[in-house]
Design a protein around this ligand. Structure first.
Ligand code: PEP
Length: 257
């Protein structure tokens, strides 16, 4: 981590937690992270729990995120949620391009780009996910895949846009598998992403962009991953469903500042 970037730890709850369970989890998490000021903490519950969770985050530093966002203001888009609908619930972040959306719901870089731009236009910060599959890593294609996804997902971004955004590097082979990238593997790709952002925007801008690592992050491996100079936080799936475990990851980020 680098002191010029505030670490960001975000929990992606995926399709877990009823509204009642979500309230219990956030109430417990509030206690776990009370008093921690130098780490940004975000929770991304399912849509059905956003309202309930937003009501108990009004007095908290924990920020609310959504797991996706559509690009249109409104319309006949069954199953989708417009940016303004999220803003109404005090949502601040929206994950876009998660590998599960790409793999199981056919989302493309062009669509991710539209979602990210709509988020930005409505004052939501996108967390733009990229990452290679295992066969791609084994074939030495990690950098090519990440470049292609970033170029497509960030097309037309201004410097202000990228500064409002967070990039999440999430190797698909590490998501939900219990097999995390080593700190060195994560650092290598994060440094590569920052270098690419430096070429696309400029090095000073790239130096300010936060790049999270995601893929089987848990309390036991968080400190090592977060100690890497270009790892500015974590996007956490499974381990974010437990207040103590997620709180310990947040504390690891603080310990690394
Ligand atoms: C994720 O869903 O973004 C993720 C990284 O999941 P997990 O931590 O469970 O691997």
């Amino acid at each position: 981590m680098n002191p010029q970037r505030k670490p960001i730890i975000a929990g992606n709850w995926k399709m877990y937690k009823s509204a009642a369970d979500a309230l219990a989890l956030v109430n417990a998490l509030k206690k776990e992270v009370a008093g921690i000021e130098n780490v940004e903490v975000v929770v991304c519950p399912p849509y059905t729990a956003l309202y309930a969770v937003s009501t108990i985050l009004q007095d908290s530093e924990i920020k609310l995120g959504a797991q996706n966002v559509h690009w249109e203001k409104e319309g006949a888009f069954t199953g989708e949620i417009a940016p303004a609908m999220l803003k109404e619930l005090f949502v601040r972040y929206a994950i876009v391009g998660h590998s599960e959306r790409r793999q199981f719901f056919g989302e493309t870089d062009a669509g991710v780009n539209k979602r990210a731009k709509a988020a930005l236009a409505n004052g939501l910060r996108p967390i733009v996910c990229v990452g290679e599959m295992l066969q791609q890593r084994d074939a030495g294609m990690t950098q090519a895949v990440v470049i292609e996804q970033l170029e497509g997902s960030l097309a037309g971004f201004s410097k202000d846009d990228i500064l409002e955004s967070v990039i999440a590097y999430e190797p698909v082979w590490a998501i939900g598998t219990g097999r995390n990238a080593t700190p060195q593997q994560a650092q290598e790709v994060h440094a590569f992403i920052r270098e690419m952002l430096g070429r696309t925007f400029d090095p000073a801008t790239a130096a300010k962009v936060r790049i999270q690592y995601g893929g089987s992050v848990k309390a036991a491996n968080a400190a090592d991953l977060l100690s890497q100079p270009d790892v500015d936080g974590a996007l956490v799936g499974g381990a974010s469903l437990d207040a103590k475990g997620f709180g310990d990851i947040v504390k690891s980020a603080r310990g690394n500042i």
